[in-house]
Design a binder for this molecule. Structure first.
Ligand code: MEV
Length: 293
C-alpha cells in the first residue's frame, strides 16, 4: 500500500505587551512570542475540492498559498490541531495562517522563504481581519520579543527582567476587526489616546532596558485606561485588570484587539504570578498562562 504524502506546518502564538491599536496608526508596539502555545497543520490529498470560507483564516491562508504555487486546481484537505484559543488576542488567526501556509508548501515540497511566508500570512490576515498592521504575523514568526513599527520594520528585543507575565483569558471572543473599525470611526477623537499609547510604548521600552518593573507596570495601567477610552475593552477584561491591580500586580492591561480576549498582568516573580493566576481564575478567567519575562 502506498503511504499518502502529508504536509506539516507549525506556528506559535503571541501576546501584545503594549501598542495594540496604536500600532495600526504607526506608533511602536512590543509583542512577545508564546513559543509553547502552538498550532500544527496537516495537509493531504483529498477527493473533493477544499471548501473555502472567506472569513476563516485557515481557508484564506490555504488559498493564498495554493495560488502562489499555481496549484489552485489541486484537491487537498487541511486539518488543524491548536492549543491557541481562537479570538483571544493570542494571534490564533496569524498562527493558523502561518502553520497552514507552511503545511501547503511542505505538501508540495516547495521551498518557502520567510519573506514569502510573511507576505502570504498578511494576505490571509487582510481577508480575515481587514487592514492588519502586520504585528501579529511578525510576532508569530519571531522567536524573540520584538519592537514593531508598521511599514518600517521590527527589531528583536532582549527582555530579561526576572519577572513573570500572567495571561488570563476572559473566555469572551474578542473581535479585532470590529475593534479596529470602532477606533477608526472615532476619527480625530481617537488621536490623543493613540498618541498617549505611543508614548507609553516608548516608556515600556525604556523600562525594559532599565529593568524597571515599576515603570513598565505603571505604563501598562495607563495603557489600559486609554484602550478603555477608545472603547475596545470589555467589562470582563476591566474586571480582571482591576483584580490584578488590586492584588499586587506591578501593572495590568487588556491585550490584543479587545472587545473580549485576554488581559496581561506583570508580576515580580513566579510565586506572585502563580498566586495571581489562581485568583484570576476564581474571578472568572477561563484559562491562565505564565510567561517568563
Ligand atoms: C491585533 O492583535 C492587534 C491590533 O493592533 C490590530 C493590528 O495590529 O492589526 C488591534
Amino acid at each position: 500500500m502506498m503511504t499518502q504524502k502529508i504536509g506539516i506546518g507549525r506556528a506559535h502564538s503571541k501576546i501584545i505587551l503594549i501598542g495594540e491599536h496604536s500600532v495600526v496608526y504607526g506608533y511602536s508596539a512590543i509583542a512577545l512570542p508564546l513559543k509553547n502555545i502552538e498550532v500544527v497543520c496537516q495537509v493531504q490529498a483529498s477527493e473533493a475540492p477544499l471548501t473555502i470560507n472567506i472569513d476563516d483564516p485557515l481557508s484564506t491562508a490555504v488559498l493564498a498559498a495554493l495560488e502562489f504555487l499555481d496549484r489552485s486546481d489541486q484537491n487537498i484537505s487541511v486539518k488543524i490541531k491548536s492549543n491557541v484559543p481562537a479570538k483571544r488576542g493570542m494571534g490564533s488567526s496569524a498562527a493558523v495562517a502561518i502553520a497552514a501556509i507552511r503545511a501547503v508548501f511542505d505538501y508540495f515540497d516547495q521551498p518557502l522563504s520567510i519573506l514569502d511566508l510573511e507576505m502570504l500570512a498578511n494576505q490571509a490576515e487582510i481577508i480575515a481581519h481587514e487592514n492588519p498592521s502586520g504585528l501579529d504575523a511578525k510576532t508569530c514568526l519571531s522567536d524573540t520579543a520584538i519592537k514593531f513599527i508598521r511599514n518600517l520594520g521590527f527589531s528583536e528585543m532582549a527582555i530579561d527582567l526576572g519577572a513573570c507575565l500572567v495571561i488570563a483569558d476572559t473566555g469572551i471572543h474578542g473581535h479585532t476587526r470590529e475593534a479596529v473599525a470602532k477606533v477608526r470611526e472615532l476619527e480625530e477623537k481617537a488621536l490623543p489616546y493613540l498618541h498617549h499609547l505611543g508614548n507609553l510604548a516608548n516608556a515600556i521600552e525604556v523600562g525594559i532596558l532599565a529593568k524597571d518593573l515599576s515603570v513598565i507596570g505603571q505604563a501598562m495601567n495607563l495603557a489600559h485606561q486609554e484602550l478603555e477610552r477608545l472603547g475596545v475593552s470589555s467589562p470582563e477584561a476591566n474586571h480582571l485588570v482591576q483584580v490584578a491591580q488590586s492584588r499586587g500586580a506591578m501593572g495590568a492591561k487588556m491585550s490584543g484587539g479587545g472587545l473580549g480576549g485576554c488581559i496581561i498582568a506583570l508580576c515580580r516573580n513566579q510565586e506572585q504570578a502563580d498566586t495571581l493566576a489562581l485568583e484570576l481564575e476564581k474571578e472568572g478567567a477561563v484559562n491562565t498562562w505564565i510567561e517568563n519575562l
